[in-house]
Structure formats: structure tokens, C-alpha cells
Design a protein around this ligand. Structure first.
Ligand code: NAP
Length: 247
């Protein structure tokens, strides 16, 4: 029997990158995975990939920054599947700009997806998990939330806030057998980092203890660990998956 047999997992931003790898990993552990995002075709691809590996998944299309859409979607998933055991808040964006030039829409754009979106999705899911008296919530933050980064004040603020949210929820929900943790990836090979120039990559590698960019599977394995039986007594932690970018 697989670790997560009979469990239902929701992964936001599962249409590509880290979220897709997390969805594949959790399905490989036996969970039924609800893959969410905005791009329907890409979500269909994730679900087809999971099916091709013998897993079970479905997709639901919503924008995490749309509070009403999120509420309706979570209610529908719960009605259809009867439970929600694992939530991975992965959807996220960057809108990089040096601070003195940052426009309000660049600031609010990132905060509305990377932070407000987590609030909108987690609140209805937490209510369901509280009634179940069981659940795992895993928030994908970033080492940038702990280190800061020039040109990413909006993103760093959102990802740092996500760590505060994680620790507070861990304290609120622990008595209901719900763990809440954050994963802080470093630089991972995805579309989000595809724009790095060769020069940027070369100087970045010099700052890493393990001199390579991370893979989406590196992050997915950490999510699988926290979601599985080995994670049952771990809550309120920030697990860095950064190759030593931040120590
Ligand atoms: P990515 O390849 O750009 O994928 C982002 C995912 O988020 C996509 O599936 C996208 O789906 C979804 N998304 C974006 N805006 C959304 C919205 N408004 N509503 C719903 N879904 C939305 O990014 P990634 O590199 O895999 O990053 C995933 C997470 O890891 C993010 O939270 C990111 O901040 C974090 N992270 C990444 C790195 C890295 O180096 N890549 C490092 C640290 C942390 P749709 O376009 O279909 O909506």
C-alpha cells in the first residue's frame, strides 16, 4: 500500500514547474490529486501525465487571487471527493523591479497571488481539515523571503509573510492534528528561472554549497516527506531546499 492511499491532495499552480512535479509525486504516493491553475490545457497535460504513471488526478481551473472563485471551487472539490487531506499552496508569480521604480500594480500583483491567494485557498480548506481532525498544509515560500533580494522587494515581502502565516497556523491548528509547514526553495530550474542569463547563472553557482540549480523533483520529494507518515510530528518549520544558498 502506498503512503497516501485514500487521501485527497490539492496542489495550486499544478499546470507546470514545481507544482506539476509535486502533483506527480503525491499521486505516486497514492493520493488522488486535484491539480489547480488558470491554464486548462496545461492542467489537462498534468492530469494525463499522472494517469500515464498509474495515478489518479483531476483538474480544477481557478485563479487563486479571485476569492469567490476559490471558495466555490474548494466547496465543489469537497462535495465531490468527500475530504481534503493535503493542501500544497504552490501557485506564485514574480514581477521583478527595483524598489524605487516599483509600480503599485507590480507590488499588489505579487501580493495578491503569492499571499492573498494562500489566505483564500487555505481558509476553507482549514475548516474542512478541522472537522476531519487531520490535515497537512504545505506552503511553498522561498529563501528570498529570508534573505531578501535586490529587485524582488514585492516577492520577498510576500514569501516572508507566508512564513509568518505558516508558523501562526501551525500553532492554531496543531491541536486538530493538522500540520502546517513551509518549504523554501532556492533556485530551481523552471520557467520562473528560465530568464537568468549565463552570467547570472555562473555567479549564482558560486554562492551555492551544492553547485547546481535545484530540480522540481528536489522540491517535490520534500513535499512528499512532509505530507507522508514521516511528517506527522513536524509542524511550523521552514524546510530549505536550496543547495545551501541560504544556510
Ligand atoms: P512557474 O513555473 O512559473 O509556475 C507557477 C505556477 O503557478 C503555474 O502552474 C501557474 O499556473 C500558477 N499560477 C500563477 N498565477 C496563478 C494564479 N493567479 N492563480 C492560480 N495559479 C497561478 O513557477 P515555479 O518555479 O514552478 O514556482 C512555483 C512556486 O515555487 C512559486 O510559489 C514560486 O514562488 C516558488 N519558488 C520557485 C523557485 C524557483 O526557482 N523556480 C524558487 C523559490 C520558490 P497558471 O499559469 O496555469 O495559472
Amino acid at each position: 500500500m502506498a503512503d497516501l492511499d485514500g487521501q485527497v491532495a490539492i496542489v495550486t499552480g499544478a499546470s507546470r514547474g514545481i507544482g506539476r512535479a509535486v502533483a506527480l509525486h503525491l499521486a505516486g504516493q497514492g493520493a488522488t490529486v486535484v491539480c489547480t491553475g488558470r491554464n486548462r490545457e496545461a492542467l489537462e497535460e498534468t492530469v494525463a501525465l499522472i494517469a500515464s504513471e498509474g495515478g489518479t488526478a483531476e483538474w480544477v481551473n481557478f485563479d487563486v487571487s479571485d476569492a469567490d472563485a476559490v471558495k466555490g471551487a474548494i466547496r465543489d472539490v469537497h462535495q465531490r471527493l468527500g475530504r481534503i487531506d493535503i493542501l500544497v499552496n504552490n501557485a506564485g508569480i514574480t514581477r521583478d523591479q527595483i524598489f524605487v521604480r516599483m509600480k503599485p500594480e507590480e507590488w499588489h500583483g505579487v501580493l495578491s497571488v503569492d499571499l492573498d491567494g494562500v489566505f483564500y485557498v487555505t481558509q476553507p480548506v482549514a475548516k474542512i481539515m478541522m472537522r476531519q481532525r487531520a490535515g497537512r498544509i504545505i506552503n511553498i515560500s522561498s529563501v528570498i523571503g529570508m534573505m531578501g533580494n535586490a529587485g524582488q522587494a514585492n516577492y520577498a515581502a510576500a514569501k516572508a509573510a507566508l512564513i509568518g502565516l505558516t508558523k501562526s497556523l501551525a500553532r492554531e491548528l496543531g491541536s486538530r492534528n493538522i500540520t502546517v509547514n513551509a518549504i523554501a526553495p532556492g533556485y530551481i530550474e523552471t520557467e520562473m528561472t528560465a530568464g537568468l542569463s549565463d552570467e547570472q547563472r555562473a555567479s549564482l553557482l558560486k554562492t551555492l554549497a551544492i553547485p547546481r540549480l535545484g530540480t522540481v523533483e528536489d522540491v517535490a520529494a520534500a513535499v512528499g516527506f512532509l505530507a507522508g507518515p514521516a511528517g506527522s510530528y513536524i509542524t511550523g518549520v521552514v524546510l530549505n531546499v536550496s543547495g545551501g544558498l541560504y544556510i
